[in-house]
Design a protein. Structure first.
Length: 220
């Protein structure tokens, strides 16, 4: 069985010290508010037509703008039908280097494609780098299982009506391999960081010993 999970590699790319604490303390629970957002990714077609469902949905933008975004995706994405009605959901994948859950396996135009659903806000373009690692891990694991090249993956941000198609290119594969090496190398707490915005929301900030300062103190 592969040593690392998709989530561990994502965390290694985000903050190696956080991965150390997660391993030490055990797997943390997914926050309760995440699951309702993930369910939106299985309800796109209904959200396009059912006003009551849209108004009750945990979306982060204006409902009319949300529908406009979904209509644009339906027109633009060649794999829209597969994303709206995936061939498999919450599929366990096990590759050579990593294992984990793909929230969807899409029957794409050119073959199966993994899709991961993220509850947070997307960047202006592309996907956040730690999420890139998780997406590449899913694509490589699905490729290993199906014994065929899979060089794309989808990142869905359903609270914002955003879906991004990414290519598993040389740069992204390199980021993934770097995260694997980082995860392999952790056998004690990695070095601390200072004044990093990543620390404020971290569940381990009280135990970590990271020293942070307020903006006011840094300007003195």
């Amino acid at each position: 069985m592969p040593t690392h999970t998709f989530r561990e590699l994502e965390t290694a790319a985000y903050c190696p010290r956080k991965l150390y604490y997660r391993r030490r303390n055990g797997v943390s629970e997914v926050p309760d508010e995440v699951e309702p957002v993930r369910r939106l990714a299985l309800d796109y077609e209904r959200l396009l037509t059912d006003d009551a469902a849209l108004l009750a949905a945990p979306i982060e933008i204006d409902p009319d703008a949300y529908r406009d975004r979904l209509r644009g995706l339906r027109e633009r994405l060649v794999d829209w039908d597969g994303l709206a009605a995936p061939a498999a959901t919450d599929a366990y994948l096990e590759g050579k280097d990593a294992r984990g859950i793909a929230h969807k396996v899409v029957a794409g135009k050119d073959g199966p494609v993994p899709s991961l659903v993220f509850a947070g806000q997307p960047p202006e373009d592309g996907v956040w780098e730690p999420q890139t690692v998780r997406l590449v891990a899913a694509a490589k694991a699905l490729s290993w299982e199906r014994e065929r090249d899979i060089d794309i993956a989808y990142a869905e941000y359903p609270a914002y009506g955003v879906i991004r198609r990414i290519e598993v290119n040389t740069r992204r594969a390199g980021v993934y391999r770097r995260a694997v090496r980082t995860a392999d190398s952790i056998d004690g707490p990695p070095g601390r960081v200072r004044n990093d915005a990543k620390c404020t929301p971290c569940e381990f900030s009280d135990d970590c010993g990271v020293k942070t300062r307020s903006l006011r103190s840094m300007l003195r």
